[in-house]
Write a protein that binds this ligand. Sequence first.
Ligand code: SF4
Length: 260
Amino acid sequence: MGVCLCEFESRSGHQKFEFSRAQRTGPLDGPCPDVWGHDDAAMTTIKDRLADAYRILLAAFGPQDWWPALSRFEVMVGAVLTQNTSWTNAERAIENLREEGALEPAGLAALSVGRLEELVRPAGFYRRKAKTLTDLLATIARSGGGLDGLLDLAQDDLRRALLRTTGIGPETADAIVLYAGGYPTFVVDAYTRRFAARHGLASERASYDEIQSLFENALPRRTDLLNEYHALLVCLGKRFCRPLPLCEECPLRSDLPASV
Ligand code: SF4
């Protein structure tokens, strides 16, 4: 089925912070262009499948209202703390930081290393994550314009600056670029990899960049859509596409290749 996502609307009722630059909302604010294109048959098929999957997941799960944070700095902290652990554990660490007044750069910088490690301990790997948060403060300082100075960098420059930070890899950097920077990028995580491999969209051995390119070439470059798509795939991975998949009950079972 050839479909268009141009009428997509973010139905989040809980906008927590606003982005400062209108261009970050991507190319679909104006009249509907042919965002799917018709470059070759294989890509057209992938675009159609990913568009259908998006609609099915949105209908099944509803808007996910991501990222669950009250500020852009909190998004950045959360993206670090949720590495290699559940969001529940990350949230406990975030609440510790909130109670300490450390969910803004100056408050975080005022903490001793020991105290910071203690506060983020519920998120696991607490020494490494405390170091990453400290280095993130240094990345912010290097921007010369504080948090806004960093997040207002051009998309590629922001990603590069984040990747130079100890403990921040492509997934965390892209989560920050998308959810704190408001730029249209696709975040690849373990749930995305699992879905893509099981549905024959990408090899199990595909690199981060290859999977990201697959989705970014197939989807409209629109921040709110890429925001929602990633969140919906996380929901899919938690509820159905688990290590032992629940395909019989899954809303995406109609997209499974016949060979699976
Ligand atoms: S149909 Fe099965 S493999 Fe596909 S997303 Fe659902 S649970 Fe995963």
